[in-house]
Design a protein around this ligand. Structure first.
Ligand code: DLL
Length: 433
């Protein structure tokens, strides 16, 4: 196993915990003394830095949520002098004001190092040609992976998103070996390649894809790996935490959360109480070393579970499971909780349809009504109405079994549903709640 920073990545768990405690204590004292926002929060919550006497005491600190950042727009929570800031990223979000994240030189350094570790653990290194097809600019994906890939000595192709045919030309001409983009964009690149008569498996040198920024299923990973003859890794992060920072390793069995960077808790989103290892809940993250915009107990809204058992790869940092969705992604259909990721999971088990889908939710009378629009795979395309009705029935049954709620299914032609270059937006909820 090749690690970027073996001392840190293979450090015994007990030592990691000691380090985390020290970092937490320093962080809490610093913020209590120098940040109005955190000082007021801690006082209102009845907690003093002296109350933090062991790592588990992190639970005594108040939570932070996305609206705290919005309400303090643009930089009221920042704790670095303005002249220390070297970068801003801005996340637009779907509602209200955007959130602004500032970085000092050290913040960029820690972010870049965590990505260097992450990319190395996916098998990327010197000699690789990395096509960064996440958006460059205010989004953290493009520049983040760019700096990370440069740090490990790979050659970077800063392609950004869009212009898909050109992406394929670059991939072939520059002998790209690894691509970083959203999973839905890679699927779109694959479809475009087919139309252009290019086989990614046979006509390119692509070996790895580092995919994230949106939920995707294990079935999707397998399908991508098989079709393109590559290994597909999962990368996670959010702008508030700095950006993408954490990936799975060669074992492809969970995302390593670097313990010197992030202290991770999994809680029951309703009660706020911790849930045991292996059980799903909302991930709460404290970033232990951030200067410009410190983050204590940030409720990510992301649903996952944590595993502290040793990983076969040798890294000692805990792993989180593939994210199954967001607390706020969850649709409640006639009282049943439904996650869009369950729909993807179900569809990818049906050979006649693709994993590209749209969900439309309406209220008809007093009842919720969910329509899943599904695309046929080109091989299953038929002009016989009975064939299409059979597929529709099959999809309906599979979804009912997976979701425990009946949904309507609309079958459409191959390639007819929207394609996404950035994060896929698959749900249209027209209910007025
Ligand atoms: O999406 C950062 C990023 C860039 C991650 C490139 C990975 C690759 P935001 O725009 O702030 O930042 O969105 C963060 O995206 O809370 C998750 O809900 C979702 N997300 C990110 N990665 C994954 C993933 C970037 N691997 C939000 N699986 C997060 C599922 C993901 N969801």
């Amino acid at each position: 196993m090749i690690a970027w920073d073996p001392n840190m990545e293979l450090m015994p768990e007990a030592e990691l915990k000691k380090m985390q405690f020290k970092l937490l204590k320093t962080l809490v004292y610093r913020l209590y003394s120098f940040s109005n926002f955190y000082h007021e929060r801690m006082v209102a919550h009845g907690v003093h830095p002296d109350d933090i006497t062991r790592l588990e005491d992190v639970a005594k600190l108040p939570y932070m949520v996305k609206s705290d950042l919005r309400d303090n727009y643009p930089d009221k929570i920042f704790t670095a002098d303005p002249e220390e800031l070297v970068r801003y990223h801005v996340s637009s979000g779907t509602t209200g004001k955007p959130t602004v994240v500032g970085y000092t030189k050290n913040d960029l350094e820690n972010w870049t190092e965590s990505l260097a570790r992450a990319l190395t653990s996916c098998g990327v290194g010197r000699g690789d040609v990395v096509q960064v097809a996440y958006g460059y600019g205010l989004f953290t994906g493009g520049l983040g992976l760019h700096y990370g890939a440069e740090r490990i000595g790979a050659s970077v192709v800063p392609a950004s998103v869009g212009n898909t045919e050109r992406q394929l030309e670059l991939m072939q001409d520059l002998r790209v070996t690894a691509i970083c983009c959203t999973p839905s964009y890679l699927v779109h690149i694959g479809e475009t390649a087919k139309k252009m008569g290019i086989s990614i498996k046979d006509d390119t040198r692509l070996k790895r894809a580092i995919l994230g920024a949106e939920p995707w299923s294990d079935q999707m990973r397998e399908r991508i790996e098989e079709e393109m003859g590559i290994k597909a890794y999962n990368i996670y992060g959010t702008s508030e935490l700095s950006g993408p920072m954490f990936t799975d390793c060669a074992e492809q069995n969970g995302i390593h959360m670097w313990s010197d960077i992030a202290l991770v808790e999994i809680i029951d989103p309703e009660t706020g109480r911790p849930v045991p290892d292996g059980e799903q809940g909302e991930m709460v993250v404290t970033i232990l070393q951030k200067e410009a915009l410190p983050i204590i107990r940030y409720r990510t809204g992301d649903i996952t579970s944590i595993d502290h058992t040793p990983c076969q790869c040798g890294r000692t940092h805990p792993r989180i499971a593939r994210l199954s969705g967001r607390v706020d992604d969850m649709l409640i259909i006639r009282g049943i909780n439904v996650f869009p990721s369950q729909v993807e999971h179900a569809l990818l088990g049906i050979p006649e349809v693709s994993g590209n889908f749209m969900i439309e939710v309406d209220r008809v009378g007093a009842l919720d009504h969910m329509l899943v629009k599904v695309e046929l795979n080109p091989e299953a395309f038929s002009d016989k109405i009975n064939d299409i009705l059979d597929i529709r029935r099959k999809v309906g049954h599979t979804l009912k079994n997976m979701l425990n709620v009946s949904v309507d299914v609309e079958i459409s032609e191959p390639g007819s549903l929207p394609r996404f270059e950035g994060k896929a937006q698959r749900v249209i909820d027209r209910r007025v709640l």
